[in-house]
Design a protein around this ligand. Structure first.
Ligand code: SAM
Length: 238
């Protein structure tokens, strides 16, 4: 997979071997090439309301009884934004005009650019409630036929920025009530997973919730979290 994804970069520079490409990356002559390689190598599969049980839990068990004054949620591997905007619809319904925000981050700059636009193909909506589609999505017409844009009332509360989960978190990130870290741990070995989970949950408020995918596990990872249901964890209150 790595070889086939990078093959076009070898072609682009007219290189014969991956070793030559590695040297080119390290020589510093093409500083933008490293990010380009990261963008090519990451797998960005995502869709609206993926793993619907998580959104039900968020709505029923967290948002319904929410008492705080500013709800902050981090989608820590946001890809093209479908996860962040799905959450946005849940928060818009449950918290309305109260103060809330969603922060989406990813290492891939291409997916971040497309997340900021918030424009998607209509045929990627299998899991979305028709009510949300009518209320929070603007259907494109003429040249935009077949696409929709997430409504401004959601987009204005959702922001995106680059974070590489393998490096220290930005100092101004702040703390979150809920963190989604779904379908990204699968790409790392146990030691890296341990490191990333530790780093990410350091940004979780006491009592905050941490979501991973149903296909992932924290089995071999040491944390202070308690499992509420499989794939949903909570940080101790104190
Ligand atoms: C399969 S997508 C998951 C998207 C979404 N969370 C979901 O569950 O549908 C995985 C995302 O993780 C991002 N990713 C991979 N390595 C990363 C890293 N070191 N730091 C931040 N994001 C990373 C990829 O760019 C990709 O967009």
């Amino acid at each position: 997979m790595v070889a086939s994804r990078l093959a076009k970069r070898l072609l682009h520079y007219d290189l014969q071997t991956y070793g030559q490409y590695y040297q080119l990356l390290n020589a510093g002559q093409y500083p933008q090439e490293f990010q380009l390689m990261v963008n090519i190598l990451t797998t960005n599969e995502t869709y609206f309301f993926r793993e619907p049980k998580h959104f039900e839990f968020l709505q029923q068990q967290i948002i319904k009884s929410w008492q705080g004054d500013y709800f902050r949620l981090w989608s820590a591997a946001s890809s093209t934004g479908e996860e962040s905007y799905s959450i946005g619809m849940i928060l818009a319904e449950g918290l309305g005009i109260r103060k809330w925000e969603i922060f989406g981050s990813d290492v891939n700059t291409d997916v971040l650019a497309s997340a900021r636009k918030g424009v998607y193909l209509m045929d990627r909506l299998d899991n979305m409630d028709q009510r949300y589609l009518n209320k929070y999505c603007l259907k494109g017409v003429r040249s935009q036929e077949g696409y929709f844009r997430v409504d401004e009332k959601i987009r204005k509360r959702v922001s995106f920025d680059q974070i590489n989960l393998k490096t220290p978190l930005p100092k101004n990130l702040g703390k979150f009530d809920v963190i989604f870290l779904r379908n990204v741990l699968i790409y790392f070995d146990t030691a890296t997973k341990q490191d990333i989970v530790q780093r990410v949950i350091s940004a979780l408020k006491p009592g905050g919730y941490f979501f991973i995918s149903h296909s992932e596990t924290l089995h071999s990872i040491k944390t202070e979290l308690s499992m509420i249901v499989p794939s949903i964890y909570q940080k101790p209150c104190k």
